[in-house]
Design a protein around this ligand. Structure first.
Ligand SMILES: [Zn+2]
Length: 171
């Protein structure tokens, strides 16, 4: 039944909308659909494993219920996430904002999950900061501020060439 499919198209395109003189788009998170889960348990397990989010509140809407998450590190950070649960089925949709973190993630450096993901990307040949940030966002990993990443990359590059040299030694 086509009409039973949940739709998440914003209704802001309806007839009379005139361009509003909003000075800053950043007041509103711009959410992008990332993935779909079969149940809330499944969704929550994945959210937990992403280690990036702090559950803020649950709000019921006409067609669904939404759980809003803030960046685990700072409530004011533009990096946001939400889970959408349509009333009509048990599916759960994860949407993430396209905002980057605007703060230091930890006093000492990058979270382990981020380091791990960055070094995996590095091995795959993704070595440019912007490409890395994009890939991290797509994977749902907490994205570091670019400055922090720029500090980390030379270290990773050095480690990596050490490993490459070791491998060559065995060939
Ligand atoms: Zn953040």
């Amino acid at each position: 039944m086509a009409h039973a499919l949940p739709e998440y198209v914003s209704d802001s395109s309806s007839d009379e909308e005139v361009a509003q003189p909003h000075s800053s788009k950043r007041l509103f998170a711009n959410y992008i659909h990332r993935q779909k889960f079969g149940s809330l348990v499944e969704a929550k397990l994945e959210v937990h494993s992403q280690k990036s989010w702090y559950e803020r509140r649950t709000v019921s809407h006409e067609n669904d219920k939404r759980i809003y998450y803030d960046c685990k590190w700072s409530r004011k950070c533009p990096s946001k996430m939400m889970l959408i649960m349509p009333h009509t089925c048990s599916d759960v949709y994860q949407h993430v904002s396209d905002g980057d973190h605007n703060h230091e993630l930890t006093p000492t450096g990058l979270p382990d999950a981020t380091k791990q993901a960055v070094s995996e990307l590095f091995l795959l040949g993704v070595t440019k900061p912007n490409a890395i940030l994009k890939a991290l966002r797509a994977k749902g990993v907490c994205t570091p501020p670019k400055k922090k990443l720029n500090h980390y990359l030379p270290k990773l590059r050095a480690d990596n060439s050490k490993i490459q040299n070791l491998i060559k030694g065995y060939l």
